[in-house]
Design a protein around this ligand. Structure first.
Ligand code: FAD
Length: 340
């Protein structure tokens, strides 16, 4: 309930609209916005990045510091040797649809007041045992539905991402929510989920890396936009300092990395540094334990004349041999350790 009161701190946004609005804010503060232009490579002189080459005629742009904010693939940071090609277990592939539905139907169906929103996280069966989650959330007159799983999981399970999305959309728990809606947009996008261990070099001579380009995503809490914006702010603060001293060297700009690590971004990524990799390395959590919990809950809450003691005994028996139970307990301890 408290999230429904001012000051609001949670929103759903459609990027096509939000990005334009946000860019206008930068322009209001004096930024020059150059649209429909690809930065092809960094211009490096005497070991220092001094600008970017664009695909426009006479399109070289020079700057004291270049901030690379070119998203998950960050070909420019790769070109500088800051990172290699991401491994399939360092990126998730999210497929998503935007579904048009009447505003009043959305409010009735999701029990919402005007201007309220609802998000449903879909965990377990939706990803067919692959590490990841599905999501469904409301916008004003559209719904966003999607599923994101590690690329390595899709490869291992030979699963096509759009098949997984179809599976989620047709799931009996989800289908009634989206009934009668019309798809208006489809997207597939990589999300950097390598976490703390995958953060590349983020500062060099005349250059900084922010957002997805620096692998700044908290996969457990599904946060990325806030980290992209905060890392942009920390980069700007570092550049202001560097400008005051007219020093754009790597050792000066490396203060950005320190700020990053001291902020909630570094702290949160450190907290979950082994989480995604743990669940990816030990598939039993998603493949066995989640279905096992579902079965146990279903048995416990089915009213069939059997006493709750009998049900508990059956659930306990279904956990398997003593050895299997010890393994389960050990795995739960390990999961607690990587999440704590
Ligand atoms: C399906 C999905 C759902 C998500 N949900 C959430 C959520 O609920 N909450 C949350 O906090 N985060 C969420 N995220 C993550 C979030 O979107 C990202 O972390 C965030 O957008 C990163 O911002 P960015 O500016 O670093 O990169 P991006 O948003 O990817 O922006 C990079 C931009 O650079 C452009 N670009 C790339 N290369 C070049 C080049 N060479 N020249 C010029 N331009 C270039 C790209 O076209 C793009 O516009 C989600 C991501 C996906 C895919």
């Amino acid at each position: 309930m408290e999230w429904g009161r001012e000051p609001y701190n949670n929103f759903t946004v459609l990027r096509a609209k939000f990005d334009q609005w946000f860019a206008e804010k930068a322009v209001e503060q004096g930024a020059l916005l150059v649209c429909e232009t690809v930065a092809v490579e960094c211009i490096v002189e005497n070991g220092r990045v001094v600008g970017v080459r664009t695909d426009r005629p006479d399109g070289d742009i020079y700057a004291d510091v270049v901030v690379l904010a070119d998203g998950v693939n960050s070909l420019l940071a790769k070109q500088l040797g800051f990172h290699r090609e991401w491994r399939p277990d360092e990126v998730a592939l999210a497929t998503m649809e935007i579904l048009k539905l009447d505003k009043t139907v959305i409010e009735d169906r999701f029990n919402l007041e005007p201007n309220q929103g609802c998000t449903i996280e879909i965990f377990g069966d939706a990803t067919k045992g692959i590490v990841g989650t599905g999501f469904l959330y409301t916008n004003k007159d559209t719904l966003s539905i999607g599923v994101g799983t590690l690329l390595s999981g899709l490869i291992k399970h030979k699963m096509k991402p759009y098949d997984l999305l179809e599976y989620v959309k047709n799931h009996p728990m989800i289908r009634p929510y989206i009934q009668g809606s019309e798809p208006v947009e489809y997207l597939a996008h990589l999300i950097p989920e390598g976490g703390y261990h995958s953060i590349p070099k983020v500062a060099g001579n005349g250059v900084l890396v922010v957002g997805d380009a620096a692998q700044l995503v908290n996969a457990i809490h599904r946060e990325g936009s806030n980290m992209a914006m905060t890392s942009g702010r920390l980069a700007a603060e570092t550049i202001i300092m560097a400008k005051a001293q007219n020093d754009f060297s790597e050792s000066m700009l490396d203060q950005y990395r320190m700020k990053l690590m001291e902020s909630f971004i570094g702290q949160d990524l450190k907290k979950y540094k082994d989480a995604t990799h743990h669940f990816e390395r030990f598939p039993q959590y998603f493949e066995q334990y989640i279905p096992m919990m579902n079965r146990a809950a279903s048995q416990m809450f089915t009213v069939d004349g059997a006493s709750k003691w009998e049900k508990q005994k059956k659930i306990w028996r279904d956990l398997g041999s003593t050895k299997q139970k010890f393994k389960l307990a050990r795995d739960m301890m390990k999961a607690w350790k990587v999440m704590k």
